[in-house]
Write a protein that binds this ligand. Structure first.
Ligand code: G16
Ligand code: MG
Length: 213
């Protein structure tokens, strides 16, 4: 049985991918190349600096580490500007009710995100207080598919990996959860999330099932 539930942020709780995309596409535009939504798929769940490397690879460009830090910072300032008006209405379907249901059953709730802006986003969505533990890009040094983020979350919940279920929308996140020895519910399309133990379209599906029980 599930004693701890660990949630990815982007793609599971809120669709911030579109704002990441707008900011990356603007940076690419300034560098003189197009960055498409299809290219953007490769950035999902990936850390900020690794995302920049992928973007520059797409554009066939290379820069010094120093220049890359400046670019990543510029992208982040744009992204933060785009998400500054985020609010509860942008929570993905079923999220809040599912979290409230888990809490009522005594399940520990953690966030396991690569984002350094996770706290800012949870505050905007008004759901920070529903989490017992928040593990984000500021707390981890190794990006998904490394299991570090989920292992820290599990430890903060004072649970063992076998007791935890991870909710993930990205392939790298599913791999990270498996490497952590946890069960994983994929959120999205089964053809992309092949290694997940179960794939659903969104948390609204699980929330609906819980209400039937
Ligand atoms: C999210 C997104 C990634 C993004 C990463 C880092 O991860 O899916 O596209 O690059 O965070 O975000 P930031 O630049 O805000 O630190 P997750 O793990 O929540 O899906
Ligand atoms: Mg994600």
């Amino acid at each position: 049985t599930m004693r701890g539930a660990i949630f990815d942020l982007d793609g599971v709780i809120v669709d911030t991918a579109k704002y990441h995309y707008l900011a990356w596409a603007k940076l690419a535009d300034e560098l003189g190349f197009a960055f498409t939504e299809e290219h953007n798929e490769r950035l999902k769940g990936v850390s900020r600096m690794r995302s920049l490397d992928i973007l520059l690879e797409v554009g066939g460009q290379d820069f010094s580490e120093e220049d890359k830090l400046v670019m990543a910072d510029k992208k982040n300032k744009l992204y933060v500007e785009y998400i500054s008006t985020l609010n509860e209405s942008e929570l993905l379907p079923g999220v809040k009710d599912y979290l409230i249901g888990l809490r009522a059953r005594g399940v520990g709730i953690a966030l396991g995100s690569a984002s350094k802006n996770a706290m800012f986003i949870l505050d905007k969505l008004n759901i920070a207080e529903l989490f017992d533990s928040i593990v984000d890009g500021n707390k981890v040094s190794r990006a998904k598919p490394d299991p570090e983020v989920f292992l820290i979350a599990c430890a903060e919940l004072a649970l063992q990996p076998v007791d935890c279920v991870v909710f993930e929308d990205a392939e790298a996140g599913v791999q990270a959860a498996k490497a952590a020895g946890m069960q994983v519910v994929g959120i999205g399309r089964p053809e992309i999330l092949k290694d997940a133990d179960l794939v659903v379209a969104g948390l609204h599906v699980l929330e609906g099932l819980d209400r039937l029980n």
